[in-house]
Design a protein. Structure first.
Length: 216
């Protein structure tokens, strides 16, 4: 056994002890003793390469895996656990059970996390949830989005009635929901400017919220 070759395979090629042992037709304990005697420091943290996988083995693994389903695919965590985990992540004392629709609650909670700078306290988060969970306009847009298979253009998007561009402060009473598409079209206009613009230019779209829709 050429100890210099053993050292080269271990230190340069990063072979495992077992692979080296297989190469020299011995056992890995013998290889370990040889390396230690040669002053080589064994480092289990270093990435090492075992025996290369043959094409036959790759094909065997592929055949064994074909049609196999992940054990947890399609399994949804029960609602009680989801609520408990959500409350833990929020670090809140808010009673989330008063909001019965879990999916809608999660949608709004994600927004409180996104805008944590303004909605970080329990007081502001509860005010936000109470306002919009029961808000007619938000619920119409949310249900519409759901009915479209969660089409990205219809997703409810948080909007400032008086835009931040025009100096509005972050205030819950100044917030509303529009579709993502309409929110981008409205851009930096205030809500009254946007409504006037739509009338003056005869701008319409199924993605725009009209008062008549809320009345139906």
């Amino acid at each position: 056994m050429n100890i210099a070759e053993v050292k080269r395979l271990y230190e340069i090629e990063f072979w495992t002890l077992r692979r080296i042992a297989e190469h020299f037709q011995t056992n890995h304990h013998m290889i370990k003793r040889k390396l230690e005697a040669a002053g080589v420091v064994l480092d289990s943290r270093c990435r090492r390469f075992g025996r290369p996988i043959t094409n036959e083995r790759k094909a065997q693994i592929g055949n064994q895996s074909r049609g196999r389903k992940a054990w947890n695919k399609g399994i949804r965590t029960n609602e009680k656990t989801v609520r408990r985990m959500m409350k833990s992540r929020m670090r809140t004392n808010i009673d989330l059970d008063v909001y019965s629709n879990l999916d809608k609650l999660q949608f709004l909670v994600r927004l409180t996390s996104k805008h944590y700078q303004y909605l970080g306290s329990d007081e502001t988060r509860k005010a936000f949830l109470d306002k919009f969970y029961f808000d007619t306009q938000f619920n119409f847009l949310y249900d519409q989005w759901q009915s479209t298979g969660e089409n990205k253009w219809y997703i409810p998007s948080l909007d400032h009635k008086i835009s931040k561009f025009n100096g509005a402060i972050w205030d819950i009473d100044n917030l509303q929901f529009l579709t993502w598409f309409e929110n981008r079209a409205k851009a930096e206009m205030n809500q009254d400017e946007w409504e006037k613009f739509k009338i003056d230019t005869h701008t319409t779209s199924d993605l725009f919220l009209m008062p008549s829709k809320l009345e139906n």
